[in-house]
Ligand binder design. Structure first.
Ligand SMILES: Nc1ncnc2c1ncn2[C@@H]1O[C@H](COP(=O)(O)OP(=O)(O)O)[C@@H](O)[C@H]1O
Ligand SMILES: [Mg+2]
Length: 415
């Protein structure tokens, strides 16, 4: 079994692997083997530093990054985030371990092949973009392609396309100094995007921006990601940023990966006190969504045109059985048609020629599963019935009731 298969068979993550990191280590210093041996013997990195002067930057990191996701690496300053992301494209040479990108081990790659990969398929964006001051915006954006030897017409055509995506096409002929900091940052992003990499590495790329510009850049990134799914590894020390843009988050402490998961995984099941401390004071309702708390306990009725009277009685019987006064009506595709109550059903039975659709209560109340929980709160309070939650196709996922929500909030408060 090769390293790729092994990591896949570990089977912890769903999704197709773009990057697999296995037992990755980085020791800074002149005696890395000694430090590695001491790590094997179970010594702590602080002890190793004290005794040998060797700095353990990353210790035994193993995880998978899936194709098309934004994978955020988060942790306090000095926890090893920059070291880890630079190991991925070997700006820093690993001391031990594997970095498998698209099935190939970057750690074992020849220098030429590596350079080629960095130019064509793996862009890196840093906190300071270091734009070339005497070159125009479009020349800066096209710089990566210039290095790769693409001719000027083609590279300016592609740069212009990307400048449009980041909203800077009208500034193509300006010099960087004529732009605001936020706009310069977008030129840097455009430069990374122009080579159209399938993997983007971003180290605190937005950290130098003021909060407003920063949110704006996050939105640009999210929008770009919706248009074209790249794999993005994004280092941030900012929790809000991580939760906002990350599909999954990897939390580092003292050179080690302590947890990898979705924001929900991490909020609900923090691996240890360090992770928990990160989230203290976070308004979790902002990050949990409707589908995270939806439950399947409500009565659903299929809307069948043929036999509506039998349908009514069966529906009423089931509602009685489960002690419910409301039920959701679904069509054959599981889409939510609406809500009925015991009363509206009974009224229809008493009048002949009525169908299930006549019993529907007024109003469309289905809520998209990705709605933030704090936006759901008000509706749950306002509506007398449970709220049906649907996926992106409008199909029924479950329901949120006042009881479910109260239990959830009470648990959050206690935690
Ligand atoms: N070139 C280097 N030489 C020695 N130690 C380093 C070097 N680069 C980073 N380190 C150390 O490695 C650890 C991780 O640093 P870094 O990856 O930059 O953390 P972060 O990006 O999370 O702030 C720190 O203790 C840092 O001092
Ligand atoms: Mg850093």
């Amino acid at each position: 079994m090769d390293a790729t298969q092994q990591a896949n068979s570990a089977g912890t993550e769903a999704g197709e692997a773009k990057v697999i990191v296995r037992n990755l280590h980085k020791v800074f210093g002149n005696k890395p083997e000694l430090a590695m041996q001491m790590l094997k013997d179970g010594l702590h990195k602080d002890e190793i530093l004290k005794r040998t002067g060797q700095v353990v930057g990353v210790q035994d990191a193993s995880f998978q990054i899936n194709k098309g996701e934004i994978f955020v690496i988060m942790g306090l300053s000095g926890s090893g985030k920059s070291t880890l992301i630079r190991l991925l494209n070997r700006l820093i040479e690993p001391t031990a371990g594997n970095i498998i990108v698209d099935g190939e081990d970057v750690a074992a790659m020849s220098r030429d092949k590596l350079l080629n990969l960095r130019r064509n398929d793996m862009s890196m964006v840093f906190q300071s973009f270091a734009l070339l001051p005497h070159r125009t915006v479009i020349e800066n954006a096209a710089f990566g392609l210039e290095i790769a030897g693409v001719n000027v017409a083609e590279r300016e055509r592609r740069a212009m396309e990307v400048l449009e995506q980041v909203g800077l096409h009208t500034f193509a002929k300006h010099l960087p100094a004529q732009l605001s900091g936020g706009m310069q940052q977008r030129v840097g992003l455009a430069r990374a995007l122009t080579v159209n990499p399938s993997l983007m590495l971003m180290d605190e790329a937005f950290s130098a921006l003021d909060p407003l510009r920063r949110t704006e850049m996050q939105d640009v990134l999210i929008k770009l990601q919706q248009e074209q799914k790249r794999t993005i590894v994004f280092v941030s020390h900012d929790l809000d940023e991580a939760l906002r843009i990350g599909n999954r988050i990897c939390i580092m402490e003292g050179g080690r990966v302590v947890q990898v998961g979705t924001s929900e995984d991490i909020l609900q099941r923090p691996a240890d006190d360090y992770v928990k401390a990160f989230f203290t004071g976070v308004d979790t309702n902002k990050y949990l969504t409707a589908k995270d708390v939806a439950q399947k306990g409500e009565v659903t009725i299929f809307d069948r045109a043929d036999d509506s009277v039998a349908g009514f009685s069966a529906a009423l019987a089931r509602m009685q059985l489960y002690n419910r006064i409301y039920a959701f009506v679904l069509d054959e595709q599981q889409k939510v048609v609406g809500v009925v109550s015991a009363e509206s059903l009974t009224n229809c039975i008493n009048q002949s020629g009525k169908t299930l659709r006549d019993a529907l209560l007024p109003g469309k109340i289905a809520i998209a599963g990705n709605t933030p929980l704090n936006e759901v709160l008000q509706k749950v309070v306002e509506y007398p019935c449970p709220l049906p939650i649907v996926d992106e196709n409008g199909e029924y996922i479950g329901a949120i009731t006042k009881t479910v929500l109260l239990r959830k909030l009470y648990k959050e408060k206690k935690a």
